[in-house]
Design a protein around this ligand. Structure first.
Ligand code: FES
Ligand SMILES: [Fe+2]
Length: 399
């Protein structure tokens, strides 16, 4: 599904100007690095200001590993997709050796955009003057360029980016200087070792835009506080009070909580549950872990399914969101999967339809010139607080 039906895009330039960020903004950010019990939420400017978004794009999206979804979504050679956010456009593809590659979507001749959307290709041909690139990014043909003195095709491969995977999640890094993904994620793999996350298969992906800042979208997914107020009749009663959030080492945060039934279904469709993920035991056999891999990906891994969101800024008040549902191959092979999985998709759609109006409303309140920083409920919003801490340090460090 590609939907833009969550409201018309607003002219972000109308909202706030890209004036230089003031020192008082950074003073406000320092209040976010206190322990969760004392920490303040991010300043409203983080959700409304063009200059702040530009700093985010530089420090968080260009200077850090960002998630582009699940690796199994580009399964065969020639599968490609374009990811566009802010001014960036990235071609992600699987080459003839089945290696995943990421390139800047810009021709090395005179800069034309090369590809749109997603699909299958055997090579990349620029629509402007027909320079042709192999799937590994090397320039294979450049009509009539023999006449250019010293022109050497090997000097004009596509701009490429590092691509790495963790547990089947696909990450790229636009900065050559950032540490590798394993160093960045620390004990990410260990925390998730009870689940066979790497082998889960993507069964449905939706892409849509929402009229709120990209951080608001990921934040609401990571906090329990709103459940009884925004989801009273859909999913609230499935969730027990969560455990204290984990102490992790790496650019992520994670919190586990017990569930009555599965978090993958509405409270009134629990009888439609699919088999449990093979091998689960102990508390993981009756609960769900919510993880946020900073900056832009979050997922819930439950007893039977995983659902993932990754998001990008389009404007301070608008974001691009991908939602992916994943199940074990054993579950997908069971009889009746197609019927039962519809109830899981319905649960995702229902919760989303309840969250989006709350987010649009929050964005409006954040845009009030007199909006203020707030405080966190330590047990119900620790993932959000941990993100704010990481964000504040990342924004301050290279300001
Ligand atoms: S801009 Fe691509 S071939 Fe000229
Ligand atoms: Fe929600």
């Amino acid at each position: 599904m590609k939907s833009k039906d969550h409201g018309e895009s607003q002219d972000s330039n109308r909202l706030h100007t890209a004036l230089p960020i003031s020192g008082s903004f950074f003073e406000s950010l320092k209040k976010c690095v206190l322990p969760v019990e004392e920490a303040w939420s991010l300043p409203p400017k983080c959700y409304t200001d063009v200059a702040v978004q530009e700093l985010e794009l530089s420090n968080l999206f260009r200077g850090h590993w960002i998630c582009l979804g699940r690796a199994d979504q580009l399964a065969a050679k020639g599968d490609y997709t374009c990811v566009d956010f802010a001014d960036f456009s990235i071609i992600l593809l699987r080459d003839n050796d089945l290696t995943l590659r990421a390139f800047a979507n810009s021709c090395r001749h005179r800069g034309a955009r090369l590809l749109d959307g997603s699909g299958k290709i055997s090579g990349i041909r620029c629509p402007f003057h027909s320079w042709a690139y192999k799937l590994n990014g090397s320039l294979a043909g450049a009509p009539h360029m023999d006449a250019a003195t010293g022109f050497c095709k090997s000097d004009f491969s596509l701009m490429s980016y590092r691509v790495e995977q963790a547990l089947g999640f696909l990450f790229i890094c636009l900065s050559p200087e950032a540490p590798d993904l394993e160093t960045t994620l620390g004990d990410f793999n260990d925390i998730h070792s009870p689940w066979p996350i790497e082998t889960l298969v993507s069964t449905r992906q939706q892409q849509f835009e929402v009229d709120c800042n990209w951080k608001l979208f990921i934040e609401v997914f990571n906090e329990y506080y709103h459940l009884p107020f925004v989801h009273p009749n859909s999913i609230d009663s499935v969730y027990q009070t969560p455990e204290a959030s984990d102490r992790v080492q790496g650019a992520f945060t994670s919190q586990f909580g017990g569930t009555d039934g599965t978090g993958g279904l509405l409270q009134n469709t629990q009888q439609k549950s699919l088999p449990k993920i093979p091998g689960l035991s102990g508390k993981e056999a009756s609960g769900v872990r919510y993880t946020w891999a900073f900056p832009n990906m979050t997922f819930a891994i439950g007893v039977d399914a995983m659902w993932v969101y990754h998001a990008f800024p389009l404007a301070p008040d608008r974001c691009l969101v991908y939602q992916t549902a994943c199940f074990p191959p054993e579950t997908i092979a069971t009889e009746g999967f197609d019927d039962l999985v519809a109830a899981y998709y319905h649960r995702l759609d229902t919760a989303l339809a309840e969250d989006i109006p709350a987010l649009v409303n929050q964005q409006k309140g954040m845009s009030n010139p007199d909006a203020q920083q707030g405080r966190f409920q330590p047990l119900l919003e620790p993932n959000v607080a941990h993100f704010a801490h990481w964000y504040a340090e990342a924004m301050i460090s290279k300001a």
